[in-house]
Design a protein around this ligand. Structure first.
Ligand SMILES: C[S@@+](CC[C@H](N)C(=O)[O-])C[C@H]1O[C@@H](n2cnc3c(N)ncnc32)[C@H](O)[C@@H]1O
Length: 244
């Protein structure tokens, strides 16, 4: 029993080391959009808001800590009147891919959008999800149904929104195919100097290389941001793209 647990931890340690070194190798000598030395402390106002609504972007279920990046990146602009958009709103239907049903008993759909609404308190907050049951509008918040695997569905959504965004976050279907289809049909709806972020990038070298080659080829300014996390060696990693 004890031997099994030691062997499991050793495997985990070496897998994490392999992932980390591979990403570091790819990050070396690339121009940075954001210096990870400037990450915020986890204890920050955005973590508090994400935890208040039980989104997993803070530390409420101890698998991600994206609020360290987001608070550092967004606190200088959070008072502005921005257009903010997130795909992936937190369905609690267990038949829907990447649902949040078992994330936290208290989780309610649109958790992160509710937190963003309070954080960017002068901004318009937009969101979209494949699950029609969770689509709703309230003060400064408008949401739409979309299938991020389907180009027509995405273009149709943007034609309804009719606004360009300052920030777009992809926390929907986590796969290379879904992320790139959504990116290709949404990036023109981002304002210049805007940020586009894809969450939960799997840190496996094969996956990192695929994303790296894709963004390098289309010549956008991008950065793979790998955030250490003691409970999650798999996907506490984002791609940050800045539009110039
Ligand atoms: C991880 S949850 C989002 C959590 C939420 N952003 C939060 O932090 O509270 C992922 C969401 O992606 C949605 N999703 C799955 N497949 C999708 C697709 N093809 N198009 C759009 N959304 C999809 C699911 O319905 C689910 O709500």
């Amino acid at each position: 029993m004890k031997f099994n647990s030691i062997s499991k931890n050793t495997n985990k340690f070496f897998r994490n080391l392999r992932y980390t070194l591979y990403i570091k190798y790819f990050l070396a000598n690339r121009k940075k959009i954001f210096d990870t030395k400037d990450l915020a402390q986890l204890d920050n106002p955005l973590t508090e808001l994400m935890n208040k609504f039980y989104s997993d972007k803070g530390d409420s279920n101890n698998t991600h800590n994206y609020t360290k990046l987001y608070d550092a990146l967004f606190s200088p602009i959070k008072e502005r009147q921005l257009n903010f958009f997130e795909v992936g709103l937190g369905s609690i239907d267990e038949n829907v891919a990447f649902h949040m049903k078992y994330s936290n008993k208290k989780y309610i759909p649109l958790a992160s959008l509710r937190a963003w609404r309070e954080y960017f308190h002068n901004s318009e907050i937009f969101g979209a999800d494949i699950d029609p049951k969770i689509i709703q509008n309230f003060d400064r918040v408008k949401t739409f149904q979309v299938d991020m695997m389907n180009k027509t569905s995405i273009l149709n959504m943007w034609s309804k929104i009719q606004k360009k965004m300052d920030i777009i976050i992809d926390d929907g279907f986590h796969s290379f195919e879904a992320n790139t289809i959504f990116f290709e049909n949404s990036f023109e709806n981002l304002n210049s100097a805007g940020y586009y972020i894809i969450e939960d990038i799997h840190r496996k070298p094969k996956n990192i290389k695929k994303f790296y080659n894709y963004f390098k080829k289309i010549k956008v300014q991008f950065q793979i941001i790998d955030l250490p996390h003691k409970n999650n060696i798999h996907d506490n990693c984002v791609i940050l793209i800045k539009k110039y």
